[in-house]
Design a binder for this molecule. Structure first.
Ligand code: PEP
Ligand code: MG
Length: 577
């Protein structure tokens, strides 16, 4: 009988494949005391394990597909360097000789020693290297445990598998996609974590927040995941597999029909033109954006230029990344969001500030940029310089106060002045906007609107901060509700502020790309949507089959104070019928 396990659907689609458990935690290691005559064999065993680990890493390096992000190769390079370092290749040998213990135990003792040293370090960048040390030590431990072990085989066998892991980083998600995995399941994380967002943009069916997944599912068993339903089926019979294969085909057929809408304008049945753009994050997303027929980039997340690398990208590297997108967009607008590090996005390795308990409420987004104005200015100069080749807009994330906006605009002026001094050209009239992601900024949106060219509602964070729900904490995900009356009220306030100031208000959070909310948002007055490339066509198909005139009175009722919160879901369902 099939076992049905639920999690949270993070990226839709059906995947059928065999489970591959990703062992991210360390292997259990036991101590064994050696006889003196065993020492030299043990040392040889250790050396051979280190040697094989090195060969494996070189092989992996050679197998990285050319289109893979550059950072992947540099991760592996740094692991190779660590492996060669005497702290890993020699120190355990001394321990074996000194205390007559097995190689695994010596390696464990050395790991504990290194980690203790790392923990004392004030430098957060070095602290983050703890993870790398563990990765390399785990690899040697695996070599000691199984001298036939080959990472390469592990990688090859990933093709078509469903990865089950405790957690995956955004970088992991990208690497796995290059291995053509069928889907993934994680025990941690929520549907709004960046890993989930990347999974959606790469089109990998995914389930997150599935507690104990690695214990409930067995290595190599065939399972089905349904990313739309957040459901996993294990122990399935042939009949069920057939049914799901048929469903997979149906979904592909629906997709094909949607694709025929690609070159059709987004326009409601009563003739209102809607601006439908897409969010992008990786350069790979440009292709998906083009396929979606989106009318520009409503949100270009730029964190990839900073995270998982030793140094933030230089001005020229940023410039060429932006130019690539602007050129590919051929005259359509590109909204570049300035750096939004912090919260669940890894900190810049160079960041020297204290580690905080509550990063979502800490130094993130624009606050972070204003603390390091040189780094901020570098990005602004790159965006400004890119603005001469096509329409670009600058967008500041996570802003809460007018003072922050004034400071950001001052830094922007300095960046412009520096470029002028060097005779570098830029669009002096470049439109400036902010993301409305915090209740405070939605409440004073009218004030912001007076000074800006556009506003963009970031519902992922707006919902998180309004409802006090950590967007990556799976234990409170059930409270995450875009239809909460408080959230709807804040969206409405922002739309009204934009209307009064006669500036466009866009929405670029996940809510904008979820077809369940399209009609409600249209009826509330939203005219600029920026969705995932993967959902742009779904949203367009709803827009083109809706009439704003009909929706407006119904939506007014939904958002009005008179509606009981528990009725809102029911009324929104009725809108969609
Ligand atoms: C948001 O908060 O809605 C948003 C689009 O930004 P991010 O998901 O990158 O925080
Ligand atoms: Mg955000």
């Amino acid at each position: 009988m099939a076992l049905i396990i639920s999690g949270l659907g993070a990226s839709r689609g059906i995947a059928i494949g065999n489970v591959h458990l990703l062992l991210r935690s360390s292997l259990e290691v036991y101590e064994r005391t050696l006889y003196p005559d065993e020492i030299s064999t043990e040392v040889k065993r250790f050396k051979s394990a280190v040697d094989r680990a090195g060969k494996q890493l070189h092989k992996i390096q050679d197998s990285i597909p050319p289109e893979a992000p550059k950072e992947i190769a540099s991760f592996i390079e740094s692991h190779l360097l660590m492996l060669k370092d005497s702290m890993l290749s020699k120190a355990p040998i001394e321990i074996i000789k000194e205390i007559y213990c097995n190689a695994e135990w010596a390696l464990k003792l050395q790991r504990d020693k290194l980690i203790a040293v790392f923990e004392q370090m004030e430098d957060d960048y070095l602290q983050t290297r703890q993870n790398d040390i563990d990765h390399v030590i785990n690899l040697i431990q695996k070599m000691l445990f199984d001298h036939q072990y080959e990472v390469e085989k592990e990688i090859q066998t990933l093709r078509g598998s469903i990865i089950v892991a405790d957690d995956l980083t955004p970088a992991d998600t990208v690497v796995l996609q290059h291995q053509n995995i069928a889907g993934f399941i994680t025990e941690l994380g929520g549907p709004l974590s960046h890993t989930a967002i990347i999974a959606r943009s790469l089109g990998i069916p995914a389930i997150v927040g599935m507690q104990d997944a690695r214990f409930l599912l067995k290595e190599n068993e065939q399972i089905i995941i349904d990313g739309s339903e957040g459901m996993v089926l294990a122990g399935v019979d042939d009949k069920t597999i057939k049914e799901y294969k048929a469903k997979q085909r149906e979904q592909k057929e629906e997709r094909r029909k949607l694709e025929s809408l690609r070159d059709v304008k987004a326009r409601t049945k009563d003739g209102i033109a809607i601006n439908l753009q897409a969010n992008i994050e990786l350069t790979d997303d440009i292709k998906a954006l083009k396929q979606s027929g989106a009318q520009g980039v409503g949100l270009y997340r730029t964190e990839f230029l900073y995270i998982d690398r030793d140094e933030p990208a230089s001005e020229n590297e940023q410039l060429s990344a932006y130019k690539k997108v602007i050129r590919a967009l051929k005259g359509l607008p590109v909204t570049i969001r300035t750096l939004d590090l912090g919260a669940e996005k890894e900190f810049d390795p160079k960041y020297k500030g204290p580690l905080v308990q509550n990063p979502a409420l800490g130094l993130r987004g624009l606050r972070r940029s204003l603390k390091d104005t040189e780094l901020f200015k570098l990005q602004l100069r790159a965006i400004l310089r890119a603005s001469i080749i096509g329409p670009v807009r600058i967008m500041f994330p996570m802003i809460t106060s007018h003072e922050e906006l004034m400071m950001a605009l001052t830094v922007l002026d300095q960046a412009k002045r520096e470029l002028k001094e060097k005779d570098k050209e830029f669009d002096n009239e470049i439109p400036i906007g902010i993301m409305i992601e915090v209740p405070a900024s939605a409440l004073v949106a009218a004030r912001f609107a007076k000074q800006l060219d556009f506003l963009s509602i970031g519902t992922n964070d707006l919902i998180q901060y309004t409802l006090a729900i950590d967007r990556i904490d799976e234990s409170v995900n059930y409270l995450y509700d875009p239809l909460h009356p408080a959230v709807l009220r804040l969206i409405q306030l922002t739309l009204q502020a934009g209307n009064r100031a006669k500036i466009p208000v866009s929405m670029c959070g996940e809510m904008a790309g979820d077809p369940r909310y399209t009609r409600l948002l249209l009826g509330m007055g939203l005219r600029h949507f920026s969705a995932h490339p993967a959902t742009v066509l779904d949203v367009k198909s709803i827009i083109n089959s809706s009439s704003v005139k009909k929706l407006e009175p119904q939506c007014k009722r939904i958002v009005s104070a008179a509606t009981r919160p528990d009725k809102i879901h029911q009324l929104v369902d009725q809108l969609n019928e």
